[in-house]
Design a protein around this ligand. Sequence first.
Ligand code: BGC
Length: 342
Amino acid sequence: MLMFWRAAAVLSAAFLIGCGQGDERHHKYKIGVSVYQADDIYISEFREWMAASVKEKEAAYGVTIVMNVADAAGVQSLQNDQVDKFISQGYDVMCVNMVDRTAAAVIVDKAKLADIPVVFFNREPVQEDMARWSKVYYVGGKAEQSGVMQGEIIADLFQNHGELVDRNDDGVLQYVMLEGEPGHQDALLRTEYSIATLTRRGVRIEKLANDTGNWQRSQAKEKMSAWLAEFGGAIEVVFSNNDSMALGAVEALREKGYNLPDCDKQVIVIGVDAIKAAMEAICQGALYATVLNDAKSQAQGVIDIAYSVASTGEALSAVPGFDGKYLLLDYRPVMREDVKEN
Ligand code: BGC
C-alpha cells in the first residue's frame, strides 16, 4: 500500500512539474523575423511598429515574446540560411519580408516540413507559393490603390490649380517617373495606376523619362540630377513610387535652386509611404504630398496573426480585412493640411 502511495506521489509530482513546464513553455513565444534589407527606411519604421506591437501583446496577455530580427541584406541565400536557423532553434512562428518575392517556395517548404507557420509581409510571394501550405499568410497594402491616389492628387491639382503645375502653360503635364525595385508588386502597380488615373481623369500627359531608383534615395537623386541636366525646367511633376526616392529627387532639385523655401521655382513631387522625413518635407513645402502606406496597421496585423497562430494554432487578426490568408490594408492620401506642424 505504502509503495503504491509513494509511486502515486512521485507520479503526481512528475505530472505537476510537467504541467508547470508546459505552462512556462506556453507563456513564452519566439518570433523570428527576416527583413530583405534593414537599411530601407520604410522597413526600419515598419520594424519599430512591430516591436511596439509585441510590447502591447506582452502587456495585454502577460506573456513573454522574443522577437529576433535578422537582416538578409538583399541576399536571398542569406535569408534562406536565417530561416534554417529559426527552424533549428525551434521558433514558434516566422515573419518574412522576402528578398526575392518569386523565391518563396523554398521557405514555405522548409516551414511546412518543420510545421512552423510563416507570415510574409510587404513583399508579396506569388500565388502558387502562397498556396503550397495552409499556414502561410501575407500582410501588405493594396498596391494599385496607392497609384490611383497619387494620380487623383495630381489630377486635382492640375485641374483646379493648373498654374502651380503647368509651368509652360501648354495644357499638358510633363512628368518623370522614379520607379521602385523592378518586379516588386508595389513598384509595378504604382507606376501603372498613377498614370492610368491621370488619363482616366482626362489629364493630357507627356512622359519625359522613367527609370528605377530601387527604392533608394541616393539612386533617385542621381537619376533626378541627370534628368534636370537633360530637361531642366521642363519637368513639371515627379512621380515617385516611394518617399525615400521622392526625397532624393527633392535633394537634386534643391541643388539646382528648385523647391527651396519661399522660392517660386517649384516642381511638384509626390511619393508614397508617409515616412517621418517625408512628413517634414511636406511641412516645409518641398514635397507636395504622399500616400500613407500604413506601416503601423500592417505591422500590427503581422504580429496579431503571428501571435494568434503561435498561441492558439489558429490565424486570427483584430485588424479588419483579414480573410484567413491575406490581410491587405488601405492607403490614405496625405496632404499638407494632414501633417501637423510641430
Ligand atoms: C515601400 C518602399 C519600400 C519597399 C520595400 C514598399 O511598399 O513603399 O518604401 O522600400 O516596400 O519592400
